[in-house]
Design a binder for this molecule. Structure first.
Ligand code: GTP
Ligand code: MG
Length: 420
C-alpha cells in the first residue's frame, strides 16, 4: 500500500545507520588510541624565544594553521613599528636634554645644533602615530595592564580573536568585555597613520642622529620589541615517527616565571609526567638591563648569566621534572655574534669571563660549560640534557633541531616507558 511504511525495511535502514555510526566511532577511538600524548613544555627567561619556537613547530608540522593566523599578526607588526619609532624619539630626546655626545666611537661625529630641532619637528609630525601605542597595546593585551609601564604587549591565549573579530578562536579566556569593533578600529587607525607618516618614519630612521644613537649604544631595536605571552597556551600537533603516532602537546608558558618555578602550583601550568620533555630557553645575549636609558652607567651586576643559571638550577632540581628530558636552547646567537663583531666586550658584563678571547666560539663555550656544570652538579639522575645554540631567525637550522630533538624525546620516551 502506498504511504505505508514498511516497518521491517525501516528497521533495517535504521540498524544499518547505527552500525555505520558505530564503525566511525570505533575508528576514531582506535586512531586516538594509537596516538600517544607527549607533553612538551617551553620554559625559560622572558623574551628568550619560546613563542618563536612554538611558531616554528607550527610552521613545520601544521603550516596551514599559520596561514589562517596571518591576518591576526598585522596589528602586532604595527605595534612593533610604533614602539620602535617612539623608543628612538625618546632616546634622542633624552640624549639632547642631557647634552650627551651622540657617539663614543672613533668616528668624529659631533652634535649638530640643528638635530634637536629637526627631531622635535619629526616627533610632532609623528605624534598622531606614537600616541596610538598604548591603546593598541591595551587592545592586543585584552585590557591587561602591563606592570611597570610600557614594556610591551602581553599575548593572552586567544588574543587572535581580539584582533580578528570575524573568526572565532578556540580559547576560552578571552575577555568578553573587550569590544572587537573597537579593537579593529584602533588597528585600522594605526594602519592609516603608518601610511600617512611613512616618509617621516623613513626620515627619522635615516637621520644622522638616529644612526649615531644606534651605533653608540651598539644596540639593536628588535631587542626592545617585546611581545610577552601571558598564561599558558596549548598547541597540539599530530606527529608521526615511522609507524608510531603521537599527539604532541606543546605548552608555551609566559615569561612570568614565578608562576611556574618552583612549584607548578598555579593551577594553569600543565602537570608534568615522567617522560615529558621541557625546552628551557635562554638568551645568550650579553647586555645591560632594560631600559636603554639606564645603560649610561655600566653595572656589571646586572648581567643576565647569573640570573639564567639560577633559573636553570631551579629547573634541574625541580622534583616534578626529575624524569623529564631537558632541551636547553641557548638562543639569539645571531645577536650575540653581531654584538661581538661590534666590539662589545663580554668581560665588561661578566667579570669572571676574564681574559678569554672575545670570540663567538669562546663565548658560547663559556656559556655551555656553565650550564653543563649546573646540570652535572644539580641535575637529577634520569634527567637527560640536550643543549643547542640557536638563532630562531634561521628557520631551516631551527627546524632541523626540532626534528632531531623530537626524535631524541621519542627515543627516551620509548626507552623509559619500556616500549622500545
Ligand atoms: N634576533 C633574534 N631574535 C629572536 C630570536 N628568537 C626570538 N627572537 C625575537 O625575540 C622576541 C621575543 O621572542 P618570543 O618568542 O616572544 O619570546 P618568549 O620567550 O615567548 O617571551 P615571553 O612570552 O615574554 O616569555 C621576538 O621579537 C622574537 O622575534 C633569535 O634567535 N634571534
Ligand atoms: Mg612567549
Amino acid at each position: 500500500m502506498p504511504g505505508v511504511v514498511d516497518e521491517a525495511e525501516a528497521r533495517r535502514i535504521s540498524k544499518a545507520i547505527d552500525q555505520e555510526l558505530q564503525r566511525e566511532r570505533d575508528l576514531i577511538k582506535r586512531r586516538q588510541g594509537q596516538r600517544k600524548d607527549v607533553k612538551v613544555m617551553l620554559l625559560g627567561q622572558a623574551e628568550s624565544g619560546k613563542s618563536t619556537l612554538q611558531k616554528q613547530f607550527q610552521l613545520y608540522y601544521a603550516s596551514s594553521t599559520i596561514d589562517r593566523e596571518r591576518p591576526s599578526w598585522r596589528p602586532i607588526v604595527y605595534f612593533n613599528v610604533i614602539k620602535a619609532v617612539r623608543t628612538v624619539l625618546e632616546e634622542l630626546d633624552y640624549d639632547f636634554n642631557n647634552d650627551l655626545p651622540p657617539t663614543d666611537d672613533d668616528e668624529s661625529d659631533f652634535l649638530d645644533p640643528e638635530w634637536p630641532y629637526e627631531i622635535a619637528t619629526l616627533a610632532t609630525k609623528l605624534l598622531p602615530l606614537t600616541s596610538l601605542e598604548d591603546s593598541l597595546a591595551s587592545e592586543l593585551s585584552g585590557g591587561v595592564t602591563v606592570s611597570g609601564g610600557r614594556t610591551g604587549v602581553y599575548v593572552r591565549a586567544g588574543w587572535q580573536a581580539l584582533v580578528t573579530p570575524t573568526r572565532s578562536w578556540p580559547l576560552s579566556d578571552i575577555r568578553n568585555s573587550i569590544s572587537s569593533t573597537r579593537t579593529s578600529t584602533v588597528a585600522n587607525l594605526a594602519a592609516r597613520q603608518l601610511a600617512e607618516t611613512q616618509y617621516e618614519i623613513a626620515e627619522l630612521w635615516q637621520h644622522p642622529a638616529t644612526k649615531a644613537l644606534l651605533r653608540t649604544r651598539k644596540l639593536r631595536l628588535e631587542e626592545s620589541a617585546a611581545l610577552c605571552t601571558l598564561g599558558v597556551t596549548e598547541h597540539i600537533f599530530e606527529i608521526d615517527f615511522g609507524t608510531a603516532h603521537y599527539n604532541w602537546l606543546l605548552y608555551d608558558v609566559g615569561g612570568a616565571r614565578h608562576a611556574w618555578v618552583p612549584y607548578f602550583d598555579d593551577g594553569i601550568t600543565p602537570p608534568i609526567a615522567d617522560n615529558d620533555a621541557v625546552f628551557v630557553h635562554f638568551r645568550v645575549v650579553v647586555s645591560r638591563a632594560y631600559p636603554w636609558s639606564q645603560y649610561l652607567e655600566e653595572d656589571p651586576r646586572t648581567n643576565r648569566i647569573d640570573d639564567s643559571l639560577q633559573l636553570f638550577t631551579a629547573i634541574c632540581t625541580n622534583k616534578l621534572l626529575k624524569n623529564s628530558t631537558l632541551v636547553l636552547m641557548l638562543n639569539k646567537t645571531d645577536i650575540l655574534r653581531k654584538k661581538l663583531q661590534a666590539g662589545v666586550e663580554v668581560k665588561k658584563y661578566i667579570t669572571s669571563y676574564g681574559e678569554r678571547p672575545n670570540r663567538y666560539e669562546d663565548v658560547s663555550e663559556y656559556f655551555r660549560a656553565h650550564f653543563a656544570q649546573v646540570h652535572k652538579r644539580k641535575g637529577q639522575s634520569k634527567q637527560q640534557l640536550y643543549t643547542h645554540f640557536t638563532s630562531m631567525l634561521d628557520i631551516r637550522a631551527t627546524q632541523k633541531i626540532i626534528v632531531d630533538v623530537n626524535e631524541a624525546i621519542i627515543r627516551s620516551y620509548l626507552g623509559n616507558s619500556g616500549l622500545a
